[in-house]
Design a protein. Structure first.
Length: 591
């Protein structure tokens, strides 16, 4: 496979303080997606849900198992396997490519049998192989193979040790994600004052004051193998680094969890399939943000599943009367949507939108309005669904000039081609495939925008702006429609893909071409893919993910909102959210 932006994985370990139960799994998905948007590959290590290990220990005792036997270890380690399976499933639901490993397939080896073992090694090739099939590998922590092949567990907090062992084997940076976001002088959860947070702490000091935050064996293994180890909060890269350097306190002492001083107020414009998904996802983190009002066409229609805190209105003035910090536009179209987005930006309110037609035709003007009024316009979901195409283009551009982009940008067409070409001995026609895609939620009631190539052309115009600063008229981009004749070619000659191309000279097209490389030929369902070629001839940047559906698009919208929330929490952070408009969202007045 061609190289991604970084070949060095990041190991993210999610402990039970942040993965307290199944309801927190989508938050872990969002944290993983945040790193994918930066062009990183991720190994996600998980602990059991809070209290689950104690329950399993009690189950083993109730069965009269020797507390330090391989049988007990096999039972006690089931909690991590449960969490890992749910996380991998949730990643798949969000349209993100993930491989689920276990302690056997990851080649995790323990030093001894029982329930307090050390770690002897990892099969790095197996983990890298899993990453080659996707950008995420999910590994349950705490459990490894004893020398005799039986399961052993790595002591309390052993998932920290699993993460460090993986970091050592992969030469990867390791982030232990905790609810407090760092190592403190005293436990901030129980301290009466505001204990100091260490910006950096030595291995020796971490073994003394950091025992509550990091398993001592994990610290010792990190020192032995020189692993780059940090304790951070979800949504933050600022925490405590654990190194050989002398310990030093940070300027602030409060718990570091990337939350703003008060929840960011959000007005949601549109409660369709995606809008409902966004409202439900944002409601999971009330400390960070809250959707106070939603604008709809008909306020009398019942909307099952909508969080009860969201007020419905069909009057735009009502939405703005709540004085939102952020406006999420999901109503579609280019007339009313343009008016409302411009109104929000001119009022200094940042906007998140999935509206590809609006951004393709009017994005440059709207970004200028945002800059003028100190707001931001973010639109990751407008291109690629869960595929972070815009972020990958920006990250690739940091490496040097981009020569060209080749991409599958329309999930509906990819789904239709897969349904027809993979139909076996009974060919499926285009009309039948469209009906099936509509039932699956991938195709609109009127799929003409997808079939004509207009949808892909709009997205290609957005990428051309991001990659080359070019303003292309989507209507003038050469494109080939999806017809029965194209379907016949795909069935007869092998898989065709709707491939969008643009280069630095502005040559752009959307055509159906044979797919011979693995990136596109094996592209499943309604997935999208991108290949970004660099002018210096270095390996291209590639990625693939689901490009259609409620949850992939929801994940992209929520990720943009999270960027704005981080800006509100830390206006001086280095990772800006928008190349076109980098003014941070101001901390809400009165906070």
């Amino acid at each position: 496979m061609p190289a991604t932006i970084t070949d060095t994985p990041y190991v993210l370990k999610f402990g039970s303080s942040v993965l307290r139960g199944p309801a927190d799994v989508p938050l872990a998905v969002s944290e993983i997606y945040r790193h994918l948007r930066l062009g990183r590959r991720v190994v996600a290590v998980v602990s059991a849900f809070r209290g689950r290990t104690d329950t399993l220990i009690a189950h083993a005792a109730a069965c009269d198992l020797d507390a330090n036997s391989p049988a007990a270890a096999g039972v006690i380690g089931l909690g991590e396997a449960e969490t890992a399976a749910l996380l991998a499933a949730a990643l798949g639901n969000a349209g993100l490519p993930a491989s689920l490993l276990d302690w056997r397939t990851a080649g995790l080896r323990a030093t001894e049998t029982g329930t307090n073992a050390g770690v002897a090694g990892v099969d790095a090739a197996a983990v890298r192989g899993a990453l080659a099939h996707g950008r995420v590998a999910v590994v349950p922590g705490y459990v490894a193979a004893a020398p005799d092949g039986s399961p052993a567990v790595l002591g309390r907090g052993g998932s920290d040790l699993t993460a460090v062992a993986l970091g050592a084997a992969l030469d990867a940076e390791v982030h232990l994600i905790k609810d407090v976001g760092g190592v403190y002088e005293r436990d901030p959860a129980v301290a009466a004052d505001a204990p100091g947070r260490y910006q950096g702490i030595s291995y020796a000091d971490a073994l003394v004051v950091g025992r509550q935050a990091v398993q001592p064996r994990a610290v010792e293994h990190a020192e032995k193998t020189a692993v780059r180890l940090s304790v951070v909060a979800p949504g933050s890269d600022a925490g405590t680094s654990i190194t050989r350097k002398a310990s030093r306190l940070a300027a602030e002492g409060h718990r570091l969890d990337s939350a703003p001083e008060r929840p960011v107020r959000i007005a949601l414009l549109g409660i369709g399939t995606v809008g409902l998904g966004v409202a439900r996802r944002l409601a999971r983190e009330p400390r960070r943000h809250g959707v106070e009002i939603a604008l709809v066409r008909d306020a009398a229609i019942a909307r099952p599943g909508l969080p009860p805190t969201v007020r419905i209105t069909d009057h735009p003035d009502d939405a703005f009367a709540t004085d939102p910090d952020v406006v999420i536009e999901l109503i579609g179209g280019t007339t009313l949507a343009a008016d409302l987005v411009e109104r929000a930006l001119a009022g200094g309110r940042s906007v998140v939108t999935a509206n590809k037609a609006l951004i393709a035709s009017d994005g440059a003007r709207l970004h200028a309005i945002a800059r003028e009024h100190g707001a931001q316009l973010l639109h990751s979901a407008a291109v690629g669904g869960a595929l972070p195409a815009i972020e990958l283009v920006r990250a690739a551009r940091e490496r040097g000039p981009i020569a060209s982009i080749r991409a599958v940008l329309n999930g509906t067409c990819n789904d239709l081609l897969n349904r027809t070409a993979n139909a076996g001995t009974t060919p499926v026609g285009l009309e039948e495939a469209i009906r099936a895609a509509q039932l699956a939620g991938y195709a609109e009631a009127d799929p003409s925008l997808d079939l004509s190539g207009d949808d892909a052309a709009q997205k290609l115009a957005i990428l051309a702006r991001e990659a080359f600063g070019l303003e292309l008229d989507p209507a003038l981009i050469e494109r080939e429609p999806l017809t029965d004749e194209v379907i016949s070619r795909s069935i007869a000659d092998g898989p065709l893909r709707q491939i969008a191309r643009v280069d630095s000279e502005g040559r752009a097209s959307v055509r159906f071409e044979s797919a011979t490389d693995r990136l596109l030929a094996e592209l499943p369902g309604a997935w999208n893919a991108i290949e970004i070629a660099l002018a210096d001839g270095s390996p291209p940047v590639t990625a693939a993910a689901a490009g259609a559906g409620r949850w992939p698009t929801t994940e992209a919208v929520v990720a943009d909102v999270a960027e704005l929330v981080r800006a509100a929490s830390d206006p001086h952070r280095a990772d800006r959210t928008s190349a076109a408009s980098d003014a941070p969202l101001a901390t809400p007045a009165g906070a």
